[in-house]
Design a protein. Structure first.
Length: 277
Protein backbone atom coordinates (compact mmCIF):
# COMPACT_ATOMS: atom_id res chain seq x y z
CA UNK A 1 0.00 0.00 0.00
CA UNK A 2 3.02 2.24 0.63
CA UNK A 3 1.54 5.25 2.42
CA UNK A 4 3.29 8.61 1.98
CA UNK A 5 5.22 10.43 4.69
CA UNK A 6 2.89 12.47 6.85
CA UNK A 7 -0.06 10.11 6.56
CA UNK A 8 -0.50 8.06 9.72
CA UNK A 9 -2.21 4.68 9.74
CA UNK A 10 -4.19 5.97 12.71
CA UNK A 11 -5.88 8.53 10.45
CA UNK A 12 -8.33 5.97 9.12
CA UNK A 13 -10.47 8.30 7.04
CA UNK A 14 -7.48 9.80 5.23
CA UNK A 15 -5.87 6.40 4.65
CA UNK A 16 -9.10 5.03 3.17
CA UNK A 17 -9.41 7.98 0.79
CA UNK A 18 -5.75 7.77 -0.18
CA UNK A 19 -6.03 4.07 -1.08
CA UNK A 20 -9.10 4.72 -3.21
CA UNK A 21 -7.20 7.36 -5.18
CA UNK A 22 -4.15 5.14 -5.46
CA UNK A 23 -6.20 2.19 -6.75
CA UNK A 24 -7.96 4.34 -9.35
CA UNK A 25 -4.71 5.82 -10.66
CA UNK A 26 -2.81 2.53 -10.62
CA UNK A 27 -4.74 0.99 -13.51
CA UNK A 28 -2.69 0.36 -16.67
CA UNK A 29 0.23 2.18 -15.07
CA UNK A 30 3.74 1.40 -13.91
CA UNK A 31 3.08 0.57 -10.26
CA UNK A 32 6.28 2.11 -8.93
CA UNK A 33 5.76 5.29 -10.96
CA UNK A 34 2.12 5.62 -9.90
CA UNK A 35 3.14 5.09 -6.26
CA UNK A 36 5.73 7.85 -6.60
CA UNK A 37 3.26 10.13 -8.37
CA UNK A 38 0.54 9.84 -5.73
CA UNK A 39 3.05 10.24 -2.90
CA UNK A 40 4.36 13.40 -4.52
CA UNK A 41 0.86 14.76 -4.98
CA UNK A 42 0.23 14.22 -1.27
CA UNK A 43 3.53 15.85 -0.34
CA UNK A 44 2.55 19.00 -2.27
CA UNK A 45 -1.18 19.23 -1.56
CA UNK A 46 -1.32 17.33 1.73
CA UNK A 47 -4.84 16.46 2.88
CA UNK A 48 -6.43 18.84 0.38
CA UNK A 49 -5.67 16.07 -2.14
CA UNK A 50 -8.09 13.80 -0.27
CA UNK A 51 -10.68 16.23 1.09
CA UNK A 52 -10.70 19.17 -1.32
CA UNK A 53 -9.85 17.83 -4.78
CA UNK A 54 -11.32 20.96 -6.36
CA UNK A 55 -8.42 22.88 -4.79
CA UNK A 56 -6.08 20.47 -6.55
CA UNK A 57 -7.90 21.07 -9.82
CA UNK A 58 -7.43 24.83 -9.42
CA UNK A 59 -3.69 24.25 -9.02
CA UNK A 60 -3.45 22.08 -12.12
CA UNK A 61 -0.18 23.65 -13.18
CA UNK A 62 1.45 22.11 -10.11
CA UNK A 63 -0.18 18.75 -10.86
CA UNK A 64 1.13 18.85 -14.42
CA UNK A 65 4.68 19.61 -13.29
CA UNK A 66 4.59 16.65 -10.90
CA UNK A 67 3.12 14.41 -13.60
CA UNK A 68 5.77 15.35 -16.14
CA UNK A 69 8.57 15.24 -13.58
CA UNK A 70 7.82 11.59 -12.87
CA UNK A 71 6.39 10.41 -16.17
CA UNK A 72 8.25 12.48 -18.72
CA UNK A 73 6.88 15.24 -20.95
CA UNK A 74 3.88 13.16 -22.06
CA UNK A 75 3.62 10.97 -18.98
CA UNK A 76 4.48 7.81 -20.92
CA UNK A 77 6.69 6.52 -18.11
CA UNK A 78 3.63 6.41 -15.83
CA UNK A 79 1.09 5.06 -18.32
CA UNK A 80 2.12 2.98 -21.33
CA UNK A 81 -0.77 3.51 -23.71
CA UNK A 82 0.55 2.24 -27.03
CA UNK A 83 -2.18 -0.41 -27.27
CA UNK A 84 -5.00 1.84 -26.10
CA UNK A 85 -5.82 3.48 -29.41
CA UNK A 86 -4.00 6.76 -28.99
CA UNK A 87 -5.35 7.67 -25.52
CA UNK A 88 -2.92 10.07 -23.88
CA UNK A 89 -1.40 9.26 -20.47
CA UNK A 90 -2.64 12.57 -19.10
CA UNK A 91 -6.19 11.68 -20.17
CA UNK A 92 -6.05 8.49 -18.11
CA UNK A 93 -5.05 10.46 -15.04
CA UNK A 94 -7.68 13.14 -15.57
CA UNK A 95 -10.76 10.92 -15.88
CA UNK A 96 -9.69 8.79 -12.92
CA UNK A 97 -9.01 11.80 -10.72
CA UNK A 98 -12.36 13.23 -11.80
CA UNK A 99 -14.10 10.02 -10.66
CA UNK A 100 -12.35 10.29 -7.28
CA UNK A 101 -13.17 13.98 -6.95
CA UNK A 102 -16.86 13.58 -7.76
CA UNK A 103 -17.21 10.48 -5.59
CA UNK A 104 -15.69 11.95 -2.41
CA UNK A 105 -17.94 15.00 -2.80
CA UNK A 106 -21.00 12.79 -3.23
CA UNK A 107 -20.72 10.63 -0.13
CA UNK A 108 -22.46 11.64 3.06
CA UNK A 109 -20.29 11.30 6.14
CA UNK A 110 -16.92 9.57 5.98
CA UNK A 111 -15.63 7.04 3.50
CA UNK A 112 -14.11 5.02 6.33
CA UNK A 113 -17.51 4.48 7.97
CA UNK A 114 -19.11 3.67 4.63
CA UNK A 115 -16.45 1.05 3.87
CA UNK A 116 -16.74 -0.41 7.36
CA UNK A 117 -20.51 -0.69 6.99
CA UNK A 118 -20.20 -2.59 3.71
CA UNK A 119 -17.37 -4.81 4.86
CA UNK A 120 -19.13 -5.71 8.11
CA UNK A 121 -21.80 -7.40 5.99
CA UNK A 122 -19.41 -9.31 3.75
CA UNK A 123 -16.38 -9.03 1.52
CA UNK A 124 -18.58 -9.37 -1.54
CA UNK A 125 -20.88 -6.54 -0.47
CA UNK A 126 -17.90 -4.19 -0.30
CA UNK A 127 -16.42 -5.45 -3.55
CA UNK A 128 -19.71 -5.09 -5.42
CA UNK A 129 -20.22 -1.58 -4.01
CA UNK A 130 -16.80 -0.45 -5.22
CA UNK A 131 -17.19 -2.23 -8.55
CA UNK A 132 -20.71 -1.04 -9.35
CA UNK A 133 -20.91 2.45 -7.86
CA UNK A 134 -22.10 4.61 -10.78
CA UNK A 135 -19.53 7.35 -10.11
CA UNK A 136 -16.54 5.11 -9.48
CA UNK A 137 -17.53 3.08 -12.52
CA UNK A 138 -16.36 6.04 -14.60
CA UNK A 139 -12.87 5.61 -13.19
CA UNK A 140 -12.45 1.84 -13.30
CA UNK A 141 -11.24 -0.21 -16.25
CA UNK A 142 -13.43 -3.14 -17.31
CA UNK A 143 -16.62 -4.71 -16.00
CA UNK A 144 -14.86 -6.47 -13.11
CA UNK A 145 -11.90 -4.14 -12.59
CA UNK A 146 -8.75 -5.59 -11.08
CA UNK A 147 -8.22 -2.31 -9.24
CA UNK A 148 -11.52 -2.70 -7.35
CA UNK A 149 -10.46 -6.19 -6.30
CA UNK A 150 -7.04 -4.93 -5.22
CA UNK A 151 -8.59 -2.10 -3.20
CA UNK A 152 -11.00 -4.54 -1.54
CA UNK A 153 -8.07 -6.69 -0.42
CA UNK A 154 -6.16 -3.67 0.90
CA UNK A 155 -9.18 -2.65 2.95
CA UNK A 156 -9.71 -6.17 4.29
CA UNK A 157 -6.09 -6.24 5.45
CA UNK A 158 -6.43 -2.89 7.20
CA UNK A 159 -9.76 -3.52 8.90
CA UNK A 160 -8.89 -7.07 9.91
CA UNK A 161 -5.15 -7.21 10.52
CA UNK A 162 -4.04 -3.61 11.18
CA UNK A 163 -6.94 -1.75 12.76
CA UNK A 164 -8.58 -4.86 14.27
CA UNK A 165 -11.98 -3.35 13.53
CA UNK A 166 -13.61 -6.42 11.99
CA UNK A 167 -13.05 -10.16 12.08
CA UNK A 168 -12.82 -11.25 8.45
CA UNK A 169 -12.05 -14.73 7.13
CA UNK A 170 -9.07 -14.15 4.83
CA UNK A 171 -10.16 -17.11 2.72
CA UNK A 172 -12.87 -14.74 1.46
CA UNK A 173 -10.34 -12.33 -0.06
CA UNK A 174 -10.23 -11.88 -3.83
CA UNK A 175 -7.91 -12.92 -6.60
CA UNK A 176 -6.84 -9.94 -8.70
CA UNK A 177 -5.21 -12.01 -11.47
CA UNK A 178 -3.48 -9.72 -13.90
CA UNK A 179 -1.52 -11.05 -16.86
CA UNK A 180 1.59 -11.63 -14.77
CA UNK A 181 -0.26 -13.79 -12.25
CA UNK A 182 -1.87 -15.70 -15.11
CA UNK A 183 1.56 -16.24 -16.66
CA UNK A 184 2.95 -17.82 -13.49
CA UNK A 185 -0.03 -20.17 -13.14
CA UNK A 186 0.32 -21.17 -16.80
CA UNK A 187 4.09 -21.63 -16.83
CA UNK A 188 4.09 -23.73 -13.68
CA UNK A 189 1.48 -26.03 -15.17
CA UNK A 190 -1.08 -25.24 -12.48
CA UNK A 191 -3.47 -24.45 -15.34
CA UNK A 192 -3.84 -26.89 -18.19
CA UNK A 193 -5.18 -24.42 -20.73
CA UNK A 194 -4.32 -20.84 -21.65
CA UNK A 195 -6.75 -18.19 -22.89
CA UNK A 196 -5.54 -15.33 -25.09
CA UNK A 197 -7.29 -12.12 -25.98
CA UNK A 198 -9.23 -12.26 -29.26
CA UNK A 199 -8.01 -8.94 -30.63
CA UNK A 200 -4.47 -9.42 -29.35
CA UNK A 201 -3.82 -13.18 -29.50
CA UNK A 202 -0.30 -12.79 -28.09
CA UNK A 203 -1.61 -11.50 -24.72
CA UNK A 204 -2.98 -13.74 -21.98
CA UNK A 205 -6.61 -12.93 -21.15
CA UNK A 206 -6.38 -12.68 -17.37
CA UNK A 207 -10.11 -12.20 -16.93
CA UNK A 208 -10.78 -15.49 -18.72
CA UNK A 209 -8.21 -17.32 -16.59
CA UNK A 210 -9.39 -15.82 -13.30
CA UNK A 211 -12.31 -18.19 -12.72
CA UNK A 212 -10.14 -21.29 -13.08
CA UNK A 213 -7.39 -19.79 -10.91
CA UNK A 214 -9.91 -18.80 -8.24
CA UNK A 215 -11.37 -22.32 -8.20
CA UNK A 216 -7.91 -23.86 -7.91
CA UNK A 217 -6.92 -21.60 -5.02
CA UNK A 218 -10.19 -22.03 -3.12
CA UNK A 219 -9.85 -25.80 -3.40
CA UNK A 220 -6.42 -25.64 -1.76
CA UNK A 221 -6.46 -26.14 1.99
CA UNK A 222 -5.58 -23.00 4.00
CA UNK A 223 -4.83 -20.94 0.88
CA UNK A 224 -5.46 -17.20 1.24
CA UNK A 225 -6.41 -15.84 -2.20
CA UNK A 226 -4.90 -12.35 -1.78
CA UNK A 227 -1.60 -13.84 -0.54
CA UNK A 228 -1.46 -16.35 -3.40
CA UNK A 229 -2.19 -13.60 -5.92
CA UNK A 230 0.49 -11.30 -4.48
CA UNK A 231 2.97 -14.18 -4.28
CA UNK A 232 2.47 -15.08 -7.94
CA UNK A 233 2.82 -11.42 -8.90
CA UNK A 234 6.12 -11.11 -6.99
CA UNK A 235 7.43 -14.26 -8.69
CA UNK A 236 6.54 -12.70 -12.05
CA UNK A 237 8.28 -9.43 -11.21
CA UNK A 238 11.46 -10.90 -9.71
CA UNK A 239 12.14 -14.13 -11.59
CA UNK A 240 9.46 -15.17 -14.09
CA UNK A 241 10.20 -12.50 -16.69
CA UNK A 242 8.69 -12.43 -20.18
CA UNK A 243 11.98 -13.27 -21.87
CA UNK A 244 14.80 -15.27 -20.34
CA UNK A 245 13.14 -15.92 -16.96
CA UNK A 246 15.61 -16.52 -14.15
CA UNK A 247 14.44 -20.05 -13.46
CA UNK A 248 17.65 -21.18 -11.73
CA UNK A 249 16.98 -19.12 -8.59
CA UNK A 250 13.19 -18.87 -8.76
CA UNK A 251 11.61 -20.27 -5.58
CA UNK A 252 9.12 -22.22 -7.70
CA UNK A 253 11.68 -23.95 -9.92
CA UNK A 254 11.13 -27.42 -8.46
CA UNK A 255 7.36 -27.05 -8.91
CA UNK A 256 7.41 -25.44 -12.33
CA UNK A 257 7.21 -27.07 -15.75
CA UNK A 258 8.89 -24.09 -17.39
CA UNK A 259 11.69 -24.23 -14.82
CA UNK A 260 12.18 -27.90 -15.65
CA UNK A 261 12.72 -27.09 -19.32
CA UNK A 262 9.27 -27.40 -20.88
CA UNK A 263 9.30 -25.23 -23.99
CA UNK A 264 5.49 -25.37 -24.22
CA UNK A 265 5.18 -23.85 -20.77
CA UNK A 266 8.03 -21.39 -21.15
CA UNK A 267 6.29 -19.70 -24.08
CA UNK A 268 3.16 -18.93 -22.03
CA UNK A 269 3.80 -15.34 -21.10
CA UNK A 270 1.70 -12.37 -20.19
CA UNK A 271 2.50 -10.48 -23.35
CA UNK A 272 4.07 -12.64 -26.00
CA UNK A 273 4.29 -16.23 -27.17
CA UNK A 274 8.00 -17.00 -27.25
CA UNK A 275 9.34 -19.05 -30.13
CA UNK A 276 10.60 -22.51 -29.25
CA UNK A 277 14.36 -22.46 -28.75
Amino acid sequence: MALPDGLSLDDKESVTRYLLLRALLNQQGDTSKVREFVKKLFAVFEKALLYDPQHVERQFGDVLRIFQGIGGQRGSEIYHVGVLGGIKPLSLFLYRFAAFSIFVRSIEGGLYELIKEKLSVSVHVLWEFLRDNPILDGGWVGNDPKAARMLTNWLIWLFNCVWSELAIDLSETLMVVDGHVGKVFCRTGALETVSYEKKRPFIISAKDLRKDIESLVRATLKAVPMFVDEGAFQVAMNWCWERDPNCSICPLVTLCLAGQGSIDHLRWTAYQKLKAR
